[in-house]
Design a protein around this ligand. Structure first.
Ligand code: MG
Length: 158
């Protein structure tokens, strides 16, 4: 058996008139992510961590934001497609650990719902998916509510 570690990062600008979808959950908020897809930063960071660990490129190569096929697409569909490739490469997810950095709203009430949706896609149990939400303590673009960021590390086995 061997292991491969991956690191994923994503950020989006927050604007009015867009839904705020994080980890596949629609979060009530006056601001949402400006993006070609649904702008799900958590899922985008998971996808980049998966692709990086597997040596399969990155999300921008796989799903170009110039391709109308991906306009407003649920990022869970992108994650499903990537996991099909991961499994076809003989790899499996051991665990993943993510941080979402957002000033408001508080995400804690939504984390178990995110795990419920994401764990079956990743073929892991909730104990093997960490999702932590932090604020930026009022500092910088995130702290002023202009942006959201997510980071993910992932371990694959083969
Ligand atoms: Mg993104």
């Amino acid at each position: 058996m061997f292991f491969k570690v991956g690191l994923g990062f994503d950020s989006h600008r927050l604007v009015s008139g867009r839904p705020l979808i994080i980890g596949g959950v629609n979060i009530p908020s006056p601001l949402g992510c400006l993006a070609h897809s649904d702008g799900d930063v958590l899922v985008h960071s998971l996808i980049d961590a998966l692709l990086g660990a597997a040596g399969l490129g990155d999300i921008g190569q796989r799903f170009p934001d110039t391709d109308p096929a991906y306009e407003n697409i649920s990022s869970l569909e992108l994650l499903r497609a990537v996991m099909t490739e991961i499994k076809a490469s003989g790899l499996a997810v051991v665990n993943a650990d993510s941080i979402i950095i957002l000033e408001k709203p508080r995400l804690a009430p939504f984390i178990s719902q995110m795990k419920t949706g994401l764990c079956p896609l990743l073929s892991i149990t909730p104990a093997n998916l960490g999702i932590k939400a932090k604020t930026a303590e009022g500092l910088g673009e995130i702290g002023s509510g202009q942006a959201i960021e997510a980071w993910t590390t992932i371990l694959l086995s083969g």
